[in-house]
Design a protein. Structure first.
Length: 482
């Protein structure tokens, strides 16, 4: 089978590439911790600020969504002015935002600073992928990504666990304030180790396209919030849907007419790239959904304390720590299709068990084991598909292609998390009240329906997995880029 990947100049390995990887792992740890640890603080946030779970979840969602939405913008800017420069500025802003979030006097200020944290961390992941693609040889890239993924998984594992321990010893704000010294260290390492960009494009920046694309994501985000307040068939919800359609049409019109469009529509003419993006976005929804639903179930239904809940949920990330480097090597040898398909089967099995078997009295050890299996399933799809995209993307617009891929992936996860928050609120009938006020039978049923929906989403990802690159395809694209 012929490759869809364009030919690119050969990559010469950078001498300090493994030290650069260490710096990126540290930054990846920080960004992932910021998305996992605050989960166990949601009940405390609802009590301190007097808001419902549907509002408190925006502490996670806005940070995650604003981490995801600008990725394409920062990827494009990285192609134009250099990934390192944006990376350093963003890290400095992140430090200031974390300080603000950790001392926010009101819920509004907390949301503002959490949003700024997400926005500031947006360049990190896209820059990391671009740096890997330009400093590591193709036959080393899978291992590098696996190590980076293991660092992120360690953050997922330690986030709920250490976050729960911090919550027991201090106020919930400590979960955010502890990020500051890590961010300062990562800033120093990035400045010292990452080389200046030698390849920059001279294209005009499509401001109108970037603005309308960002508007699309924001309308979708706030549309989900409107749904939680007014219902699916309300006039405000329908108005948000209409606004989305209008902005989408305007975006397409602008991109077709611009000489250097923000997102060239022919970017998705590469079928392998498109399928990889769809698979990644769908799969990560299942991960974000489980990382949102399971801790809340353990806290609000099973009645566990935050530390115990965090320890059980860490099963997912323990699996990722162990298997991320292995999955990268499997992808180099076997391609993406086989491990991704096996992984989706594992995700479906676990989510189905949670939907139909999980009970408030289920032993924590069983839940830990199930989440460990779920984590292996996530890794078998996540690492191979990320590796494939670095080979499939055109070197001339590498930052943009990786930015769009990353944005759609993480925006899917953030929007999925918001969707499940709205769905759980609707199914349980809690309204703006805490989930603890809902009778247990109704709450258990609401969680079961949410877990069943995760099964359906995983099955959809399985469909996409069948068109991912197999072993021959991966060998072909590695040969082209070597």
């Amino acid at each position: 089978m012929a490759s869809d990947a364009p030919a690119s100049p050969a990559i010469q390995p950078y001498p300090q590439r493994w030290l650069i990887l260490a710096a990126i792992v540290l930054t990846t740890f920080l960004g992932t911790w910021d998305g996992s640890a605050p989960v166990v603080a949601l009940p405390a946030i609802t009590r301190q600020y007097g808001v419902g779970i549907d509002s408190a979840v925006w502490v996670l969602t806005l940070s995650s969504l604003l981490f995801a939405v600008p990725m394409a913008i920062f990827g494009k800017l990285g192609d134009m002015i250099g990934h390192k420069r944006i990376y350093l500025i963003a890290t400095l802003i992140y430090i200031l935002a974390a300080a603000g979030a950790g001392t926010a006097p009101t819920f509004g200020w907390l949301i503002f600073f959490r949003s700024l944290e997400g926005l500031a961390s947006a360049p990190w992941f896209t820059a990391a992928l671009a740096i890997f693609a330009t400093t590591f040889a193709p036959n080393e890239r899978g291992r590098a990504m696996g190590i980076m993924g293991a660092g992120a998984s360690l953050a997922w594992a330690s986030g709920p666990l250490l976050g729960g321990l911090l919550l027991q010893a201090f106020d919930w704000q400590a979960i955010i304030l502890v990020e500051i010294p890590v961010a300062i260290l990562s800033l120093a390492m990035a400045w010292w180790l990452i080389p200046e960009d030698s390849h920059k494009t001279q294209e005009q920046f499509d401001l109108a396209g970037a603005a309308t694309f960002t508007g699309l994501a924001l309308v979708l985000m706030f549309g989900l919030r409107i749904v939680s307040d007014s219902g699916w068939a309300s006039l405000p919800t329908l108005a948000a849907g209409g606004a989305f359609v209008v902005i989408l049409a305007l975006f397409i019109l602008i991109e077709r007419r611009h000489v250097a469009p923000f997102i060239p529509l022919n970017l998705f003419a590469n079928r392998r790239y498109t399928v990889a993006t769809l698979f990644s976005a769908t799969q990560i929804v299942t991960q974000f959904a489980m990382m949102f639903l399971v801790p809340l179930y353990l806290l609000e239904v099973a009645g566990l304390d935050p530390a115990a809940s965090g320890l059980i949920v860490a099963g997912l990330s323990v699996a990722r720590i162990i298997f991320e480097p292995v999955a990268g090597r499997i992808a180099e040898l076997r391609g993406c299709r086989l491990p991704s398909t096996v992984g989706i089967g594992m995700i479906i099995a676990v989510a189905a068990g949670f939907a139909f078997v999980l009970a408030p009295t289920t032993p924590g050890g069983i839940i830990f084991t199930a989440l460990f299996v779920f984590g292996v399933g996530i890794v078998l799809g996540r690492t191979p598909v990320f590796l494939a995209v670095t080979h499939l993307a055109d070197r001339e617009r590498l930052g943009l292609a990786l930015g769009v891929f990353s944005m759609l992936t993480f925006a899917g996860g953030a929007l999925g998390q918001t969707f499940f928050g709205v769905l759980l609120q609707t199914l349980s009938g809690s309204g703006s009240a805490p989930l603890a006020t809902v009778p247990e039978p109704e709450l258990v049923l609401a969680f079961s329906i949410c877990f069943a929906l995760v099964v359906g989403l995983a099955a959809l990802a399985g469909v996409f997995a069948q068109d991912l690159p197999g072993r021959k395809m991966m060998n072909d694209v590695v040969a082209i880029h070597s």
